[in-house]
Design a protein. Structure first.
Length: 172
């Protein structure tokens, strides 16, 4: 499952690697582009707040790239990701990285306001550090939580990826 699939690029890449993918996104335009660009993949206009597991069932893996920072209700987002997973299933969640050194560098370089972009319609409303995203995933019940930072040197990383599992054994 690709939650927040946008125009379907990640869903397509995963399909090309042999995965059977369902993509959801709240954007009418995003889903239209996804369906036109990738007609063999199942897409649906749904929100990360919808009861996706009830409609689509459980998956071995859920990918949600650059979505959680747009969520007013991150606990509901995380709970829905958790519910979409079979026992032992894998969640891969990315978000822009925010940490002390990066925020200090932004402030010292005079680019803090431009980076945080409060005038960006539909932009980021939550700013995640490794500690805050780990707290959300721990609270939700995820285990084996690991992080990777990508883009630039680690203290100034552009984004981070959280990889976490739903407890249980998917083989049994």
């Amino acid at each position: 499952m690709d939650v927040g699939c946008g125009g379907g690029a990640t869903s397509s890449m995963l399909t090309d690697r042999g995965f059977l993918v369902t993509g959801v996104d709240p954007s009418t335009t995003g889903i239209r582009v996804a369906e036109e660009s990738h007609p063999k993949i199942r897409f649906a206009q749904r929100s990360a707040y919808d009861d996706l597991a009830k409609e689509f069932g459980e998956f071995d893996a859920v990918v949600s790239l650059e979505v959680v920072e747009h969520c007013y209700w991150p606990r509901l987002f995380a709970a829905n990701i958790f519910d979409l997973l079979r026992p032992g299933g894998l969640a891969v969640i990315s978000t822009p990285f925010h940490g002390y050194w990066k925020n200090l560098a932004l402030a010292l370089s005079g680019t803090f306001d431009a980076h945080w972009g409060p005038l960006w319609d539909g932009g980021h409303i939550k700013f995640w550090s490794r500690n805050t995203l780990r707290a959300l995933l721990d609270e939700t019940g995820f285990v084996d939580i690991e992080f990777r930072r990508i883009g630039r040197i680690p203290p100034l990383a552009k984004s981070m990826i959280a990889i976490a599992r739903k407890p249980g054994d998917s083989r049994g």
